[in-house]
Write a protein that binds this ligand. Structure first.
Ligand code: KMH
Ligand code: ZN
Length: 275
């Protein structure tokens, strides 16, 4: 029987403007519609960044709560809120994201140069966020932008124990200018270094690394994250029109690798989120 494949969709992100990409889902209605389409196409988890009324990134708690409620009501997807936010969000606002009580939250394991900006994740912040996720019973997805962060994950688990739910899921975010390169070689090195406690992992390749990271991930038996947070073209000069296209492509490549898209219920079990 084909092995299950978790497809996570990251539909919006915090870096692309609505002006640059009008098809980016930035309103709650657009986000929910994209999530529903992506679930129908085979996604089981959604990684969420939200925008304000002017389509700018925000961590407004009221909007976050409304978003979690709408996604729970209108989809069966595992709802993961970003605690990374945008590179401009203060650390205390990023901690507050857990007040919106998502199923899962992203948790980046270290500071990364992010293009011309800095994505700040000092160790004390990582520990505070991790302890808060344990206390609030929110399952973290450890985001790993470089090999040093893989080692930092080992240190965190050694010192602070397992996450809520007892599973350890991480996502290799590859190809960010400042992080690890989006290549098969880098992926193999990162996977080889994952701590023994890791129970599942996915990867995403940013920009033009997206396809080679996807193919390398399938070859190594990992799961996939795709979406307009990470890539805006299907091929050179061919813009992505909807997140659904990216999920469909991931599901199709998965089928070729004899993997079947996991349903949301299976993803809950895989990740150890509250059901
Ligand atoms: N927007 C990036 C600076 C996450 O969601 O946790 C960080 C990011 C990671 O997207
Ligand atoms: Zn994100």
């Amino acid at each position: 029987m084909d092995a299950p494949l978790l497809v996570t969709v990251a539909p919006t992100g915090a870096e692309t403007t609505k002006e640059a990409c009008p098809q980016l889902p930035t309103t709650l209605e657009e986000l929910v519609a994209a999530a529903r389409e992506c679930e129908a196409a085979g996604a089981a988890m959604v990684h969420v960044h939200i925008r304000d009324a002017d389509h700018r990134p925000t961590l407004d708690l009221g909007r976050l709560r409304e978003t979690v409620a709408a996604l729970r009501e209108q989809t069966g997807l595992v709802v993961q809120l970003s605690t990374g936010g945008s590179v401009h969000d203060p650390l205390e606002h990023r901690l507050r994201v857990l007040d919106a009580a998502p199923d899962s939250c992203s948790l980046t394991m270290g500071t990364t140069n992010f293009g011309d900006d800095v994505f700040l994740n000092p160790w004390p912040f990582v520990v505070d966020l991790y302890r808060l996720s344990q206390e609030r019973q929110v399952v973290p997805e450890f985001e790993l932008f470089d090999l040093g962060q893989v080692h930092a994950l080992r240190r965190l688990l050694d010192r602070e124990g397992l996450p809520f739910g007892g599973r350890v899921h991480c996502d290799l975010v590859m190809g960010v200018p400042g992080g690890m390169d989006g290549t098969a070689d880098a992926l193999v090195a990162a996977v080889a270094a994952l701590p023994a406690e890791v129970t599942s992992w996915s990867a995403t390749g940013v920009g033009r690394s997206t396809l080679r990271v996807m193919l390398a991930t399938l070859a190594k038996g990992g799961h996939l994250r795709v979406g307009m947070e990470d890539v805006l073209t299907l091929a050179k000069g061919v813009p992505v029109e909807s997140n659904r296209q990216l999920v469909e492509r991931a599901v199709e490549l998965g089928r070729l690798a004899q993997r079947r898209p996991m349903a949301a219920g299976e993803a809950q079990e895989l990740l150890g989120v509250r059901s």
